[in-house]
Design a protein around this ligand. Structure first.
Ligand code: ATP
Ligand code: MG
Length: 588
């Protein structure tokens, strides 16, 4: 505010200097100075000179030396205000980025089923800077620019209201093209924002799927996708620039008519040079903030689209939330009960699918027991998993953990009771140590090594250059499938949760690694409730109970031999999936 108001003050200072300097060498101190707002000043009286003292060279030099002082002060205040604005705006972007990321992290898996990762990344990183830009403009529009303009206008009106009124009449004429162009610019701005999101989607997908891209030799296809979006983005960006840069010249041209008219007016009224100087100076001062204000509208149009995306994401309520007063139950015994559970996924249009993924599931999983789930593809095995983890809430019935509905437990406490070894192990671009420690963040190096030993991962970790401190690539490309699985088992051992969800990799391993992994899983599952989606014979043989699923229902449960005896689906599955594994005991 000080910086803005100083503009008006500076004009008054200049008027004082002009009136001392521009009157020629006969000027005396006694001749009163007429300042806008302040009125007449008698310098001779104020400074204690005789009225006929000439201003003289020294006086002029002293007066003129105030020019750099005024300009410096304005510059300093301007600097201060810019810095303060940047400070506020950077706090805004810091908070907004954190909040947006937090909001994304809180969403349930259902949200991610439909979201594009690249677009989310774009929103969190780039769209938030649009909000930052908005914040900056907002501060300027709300506080600084209007004050600058008003303070200058006050001086102008006080100096010569006729001139000022006439010059102001030119303004609305400037606004008309600005508004027209603004509408067009909004469209280009929105298109550009959309394109930049698409660009990020292409980027993210082709990086994440680089192995697929390479394997199918689709580099050119991806490059083409990228180039198309990129070209469209550049096109819209140019269009936007073309439009916004039009505004300056248009405003200037219209304003020049005003200056011409002003000169005619000055000549006719016989204005003194000092007064005319002040008017012209004030007009040139008022021009930049007006130009900025007029552009602001356009920038808002563009960033508005981005801001909308950020706020949509910020306001997105996760569909899985902790109930008010949800319990932190701590460590449980690991008993899981399904009570008459049915669940359908959502279609992409947000309607529930007609055919439920699981139906009327009644199941008691006792602490410390090993359960193997088998069934054809699409039977609903993975869905049961997601339900235990409360990635989704069932449409009917409920899932209990130690007799308490999982909806009444905090998600953190619930998932703290569950360890997961999934089909495809995700590894961060971090050291082996950090990747294992993801299971329990406060684990010491010794804990990690002990877990790795139990998971039979220690030997191969020692062999890779760098050992536990070796960086494993994003997605763990530097490790074999079996090695990744063992890291994931070590992670789960470290977590040491009472319930273990084990989604076995379908890919066959050689007998040797198979045996090692089997042993690791055996160690891991000791004393835990294990829910395994079994793809290997060794796993179903280890199970206390095998649950056979088909079409979302539980068909049967029992031991391997019982089921082989009585269940036709199990017999079929066994012959198709398992019996080729090794030589094993059959029913006879
Ligand atoms: N995210 C999802 N959105 C919509 N439908 C889904 C989703 N995940 C699974 N389904 C559907 O739910 C049904 C059960 O799928 P589920 O993944 O539970 O099967 P599964 O038994 O794990 O099969 P597989 O052995 O092939 O892994 C399938 O018909 C599947 O198409
Ligand atoms: Mg599955």
């Amino acid at each position: 505010m000080a910086s803005a108001m100083f503009n008006g003050f500076m004009l008054i200072g200049f008027q004082l200097i002009f009136s001392l300097v521009l009157k020629g060498q006969t000027r005396t101190m006694g001749e009163p100075v007429k300042l806008p707002l302040i009125g007449k000043l008698d310098l001779a009286e104020i400074l204690g000179f005789a009225a006929d003292t000439p201003v003289g060279l020294l006086g002029v030099i002293i007066a003129c030396s105030f020019i750099p002082v005024l300009i410096f002060t304005r510059g300093f205040l301007g600097y201060l205000s810019s810095y303060m604005q940047a400070w506020v705006a950077s706090k805004v972007i810091y908070e907004i980025r954190n909040d947006t990321f937090r909001s994304v992290m809180r969403q349930s898996p259902a949200f991610f089923n439909n979201a594009k990762t690249g677009e989310l990344m774009q929103t969190v990183i780039h769209m938030t800077s649009a909000v930052h830009q908005n914040a900056m403009i907002l501060i300027q529009t709300l506080a600084q620019r209007p004050l600058t303009i008003i303070s200058i206008l006050i001086v102008l009106f006080a100096q010569d209201w006729v001139f000022t009124t006439v010059s102001l009449l030119v303004f609305p004429a400037c606004m008309w093209p600005i508004i027209r162009i603004g509408k067009k610019a909004k469209a280009s701005g929105a298109n550009e924002v959309g394109d930049s999101s698409n660009l990020m989607v292409v980027l993210q997908e082709s990086f994440a799927g680089i192995r697929l891209v390479k394997a199918y030799a689709r580099e050119n296809h991806e490059c083409q996708r990228f180039e198309e979006t990129n070209a469209s983005m550049v096109k819209h960006m140019l269009k936007w620039t073309k439009q916004i840069e039009l505004i300056g010249p248009i405003v200037e041209s219209v304003a020049s008519i005003g200056i011409g008219a002003g000169l005619v007016y000055a000549w006719q009224r016989g204005l003194e040079a000092e007064n005319f100087f002040l008017l012209v100076m004030a007009l040139t001062q008022i021009y930049p903030p007006v130009k900025e204000l007029s552009r602001m509208h356009m920038i808002f149009q563009r960033t508005g689209v981005a801001a909308e995306m950020v706020f949509k994401l910020l306001e997105q309520k996760p569909d899985i939330q902790d109930a008010p007063g949800a319990l932190d139950i701590g460590r449980t015994s690991g008993a899981v009960t399904f009570q008459n559970v049915s669940f359908s996924y959502l279609e992409s249009d947000g309607v529930k699918k007609e055919v439920p993924a699981v139906r009327d599931i009644d199941l008691q999983l006792d602490p410390g027991k090993f359960y193997a789930f088998v069934g054809p593809s699409g039977a609903g095995k993975s869905t049961l998993y997601s339900l235990i983890l409360r990635f989704y809430d069932p449409d009917k019935g409920g899932i209990l953990l130690d007799g308490k509905d999982v909806r009444s437990i905090t998600q953190e406490a619930l998932r703290g009771n569950i360890g997961v070894v999934s089909q495809d192990t995700f590894l961060f671009h971090a050291t082996v140590l950090e990747n294992i420690r993801y299971g329990r963040l406060d684990a010491s190096r010794e804990d990690v090594i002990a877990a790795a030993k139990k998971a039979h991962a220690h030997e191969f970790i020692e062999q890779i250059g760098g050992g536990y401190d070796a960086i494993v690539g994003e997605g763990g490309c530097k490790l074999s499938g079996g090695q990744k699985q063992r890291l994931s088992i070590a992670r789960a051992i470290l977590r040491n949760a009472p319930i273990l969800l084990l989604d076995e990799a379908t890919s066959a391993l050689d007998t040797e690694s198979e045996k090692i992994i089997q042993e690791a899983i055996h160690v891991l599952s000791e004393g835990k409730t294990v829910v395994a989606i079994a793809h290997r014979l060794s796993t179903i043989l280890e199970a206390d109970q095998i649950v056979v699923m088909d079409h979302g229902c539980i068909l049967d449960r029992g031991t391997h031999f019982e089921l082989l005896d009585r269940n036709p689906l199990y017999q079929k599955l066994y012959h198709l999936q398992f019996s080729s594994d090794e030589k094993f005991p059959s029913a006879s």
